[in-house]
Design a protein around this ligand. Structure first.
Ligand code: AHR
Length: 660
């Protein structure tokens, strides 16, 4: 921690040191004794969608791809293995109605004892860590053979064994067999081999490999490093499971939460909506195992202290795809799914779905307060369906606040139509989405200044500045984008009486398996990094405060004058004043923050996110190019004079003697 005692002289010195300072001192006045509005504790949150391999191959730590052979091509991800000229066969069988949720399995027949088998490639390989323990499991059934065993080997990209174990199926009935081993090497691109030792046939299903070191060490759990990144944001809410996957490309492949709870072997796998020819990078192997299902989402929210915000299909498939809708007179089961979900989350253990939650290991309710009706829907078809959901849900659960959609854009006919009607219906919360240029974000910092203070609350549910207009590798998470979001978010916070929630989207992307750019957190099989946008989100979330107070420059709110954007808040919990200020200009600026009501000599912290290079990015190899740096700042009487660096986002926290 560096220490700055910033007097007038020091300011002049620092300003000069930056070389290009704009020498006119900006005097910002903070009326810390005038609370303007309260900030919701859930203000800054997370938007989770299984896009870009966020779930399978991402945060869900399963290493085996297509473990239940339910992909359209049942052996996708698998390869036959013949060791030392051995032979055998792999047959795909379908139990059909005997097991409609997981109909397929394989029968492997080995005709010589040397070792015939199969290998799994993982999700762009398997990320393995030296000295970590790995848990293998399989459902197996002997077909007449005895004395047969499965030799399980984890191999690195050169084919060298880095871990092994054996299991010996002993029954003619389906049974789960487990084994574990410690990996001898770290390897980002490992694969799994299974050899049949002995001759005969064995039926196999749910072939699985998990690290033991998952988030909270839950068996079959989530990738710890990725969840940690979420926990480090201290998000106010977790929106799940999307995104367009709520809708599906057609109704058949919509998200159905009841199919995502209970034994993973019975969670019916479906194609992912992002496995599509419309995606920038089609992923023919993109399926949803639902290993990360609704119980896990609720638990994740609970673990990281976020309010759960599930989004439910409202009888509409993705309007960018088939636009299929359920006839209004057949909407009953969809509405029932919503009601049952609320009972699943909040109901006592004596209710049908509360009991189910308890049976799944979580008797304590999840305290669901919000529910999204539909994802990014629009048009009269949406409004008709929304009204039916709203009536039924509020009749039974009047306290649950509903999130409704204003469509994919923040303006234009579609937006205006939905906005007008939903306001007329006195909707609780309107979800607005904007994927736009950094210039749009800078310009729209005043977007909410004139919103109706008595109307519905706003959820800025999906937003991200785009460095270029297309989904492509050139659409980067660069500093310019993040800086524009930081500036825009001063407007969200200043209008916290209207804007109740905000989340960047999408959240995660695998560097080898993405369909969408930009994204908040990137990862490969072993590593991950937060983008500059991640640090902006994190700084807002960690420094949100409880109440907005006015900050002005020449008596005006700070919305881009001389490239400055600012907001100020008090934190009633810590008795601190929090000032967030963006200097979006290429010149340093001399600033004087005048705080009414602060103790002379008060010492605070300055957290700085800065780069002189607007095109700067973080990466797996250089994850902290743009990342927060902390300094100490000291007030002289009620003044803090400091230099705002070029292209900087500054967060100042300082203790107040007393709060209003
Ligand atoms: O965030 C990516 C996609 O953008 C979401 O799935 C959808 O809601 C929006 O169109």
């Amino acid at each position: 921690m560096k220490k700055y005692f910033l007097t007038l002289c020091a300011t002049a010195f620092l300003a000069q040191a930056f070389g290009q300072s704009n020498n006119t001192e900006k005097i910002f006045t903070i009326d810390a004794d005038k609370i303007k509005t309260h900030i919701q504790s859930a203000m800054y949150g997370i938007f989770f969608e299984d896009i870009n391999m966020s779930a399978d191959g991402g945060v869900y730590a399963e290493l085996v791809k297509n473990r239940s052979f339910e992909f359209k091509m049942p052996l996708m991800g698998w390869k036959e293995l013949k060791q030392d000229g051995t032979d055998g066969s792999i047959l795909v069988l379908n139990r059909g109605r005997d097991n409609p949720d997981n109909p397929r399995y394989i029968q492997v027949t080995s005709i010589s004892s040397k070792g015939y088998g199969l290998s799994n490639e993982g999700f762009h390989g398997m990320g393995i860590k030296k000295d970590d323990r790995y848990n293998f499991s399989v459902l197996a059934k002997l077909s007449g053979a005895n004395g047969l065993s499965l030799q399980v080997e984890l191999v690195d990209s050169k084919g060298d064994i880095i871990g092994s174990a054996a299991v010996s199926p002993s029954s003619g009935e389906w049974k789960k067999y487990t084994a574990s081993f410690i990996a001898s090497e770290t390897e980002p691109k490992a694969s799994l081999r299974i050899f049949i030792k002995g001759t005969g046939s064995v039926d196999l299903d749910m072939i699985s490999l998990f690290p033991q070191d998952t988030w909270k060490r839950r068996p079959g759990g989530l990738r710890a490093d990725l969840v940690q990144k979420l926990a480090d944001m201290k998000p106010g809410f977790l929106r799940f499971p999307g995104g367009c996957i709520v809708e599906g490309r057609e109704l058949d492949t919509r998200y159905q939460w009841k199919r995502t709870i209970g034994d993973v072997a019975n969670r019916r796998m479906i194609i992912n909506r992002w496995n599509t020819e419309f995606a920038h990078r089609p992923a023919p192997d993109y399926y949803q195992s639902f290993g990360l299902g609704f119980l896990e989402y609720f638990e994740l929210a609970e673990d990281i202290g976020a309010s759960p915000l599930p989004i439910i299909n409202c009888g509409m498939a993705c309007q960018f795809n088939t636009c299929e809708v359920v006839p209004l007179n057949q909407l009953g089961p969809y509405v029932q799914d919503a009601l049952d979900l609320i009972e699943f989350a909040n109901g006592s253990v004596t209710t049908k779905w509360g009991k189910k939650r308890a049976e799944l290991g979580h008797p304590k309710p999840f305290n669901l307060k919000m529910l999204g009706v539909g994802n990014e829907q629009w048009g009269d078809q949406y409004i008709e369906r929304y009204k039916i959901f709203e009536k039924a849900i509020h009749a039974k659960y009047p306290q649950v606040r509903l999130v409704s959609s204003t469509g994919p854009s923040p303006d234009g006919d579609i937006f205006n139509h939905s906005n007008k009607i939903l306001r007329g219906l006195k909707a609780d919360i309107l979800d607005e989405h904007y994927y736009s240029s950094p210039e749009w974000f800078f310009k729209n910092v005043t977007r909410y200044d004139n919103y109706d203070r008595k109307g519905p609350k706003i959820f800025a549910g999906e937003y991200a500045a785009q460095s270029v207009a297309t989904v492509s590798p050139e659409n980067k998470n660069n500093w310019k984008c993040a800086l524009s979001e930081a500036a825009f978010m001063t407007g969200l916070e200043r209008n916290a009486d209207v804007v109740n929630m905000a989340s960047y989207a999408p959240l995660f992307a695998h560097v080898e398996g993405w369909q969408w750019t930009p994204d908040l957190i990137w990862f490969d099989n072993l590593r991950s990094y937060g983008t500059p946008d991640y640090y902006v989100q994190q700084l807002y979330s960690l420094n949100k405060g409880t109440d907005v107070v006015p900050i002005t420059l020449n008596k005006e709110i700070v919305t881009g004058q001389d490239d400055c954007f600012a907001t100020a808040a008090l934190d009633a919990n810590t008795h601190e004043l929090i000032i967030k200020i963006v200097n979006a200009g290429k010149q340093g600026q001399s600033a004087d923050f005048v705080v009414n009501g602060i103790k002379a000599g008060a010492e605070g912290t300055l957290t700085l996110l800065q780069s002189d290079d607007l095109s700067a990015v973080n990466s797996l190899d250089n994850p902290f190019v743009i990342s927060p740096k902390n300094n100490t700042v000291i007030f002289n009487n009620n003044h803090l004079k400091m230099a705002l660096k070029p292209y900087s986002f500054n967060v100042i926290r300082v203790k107040m003697d007393k709060l209003p």
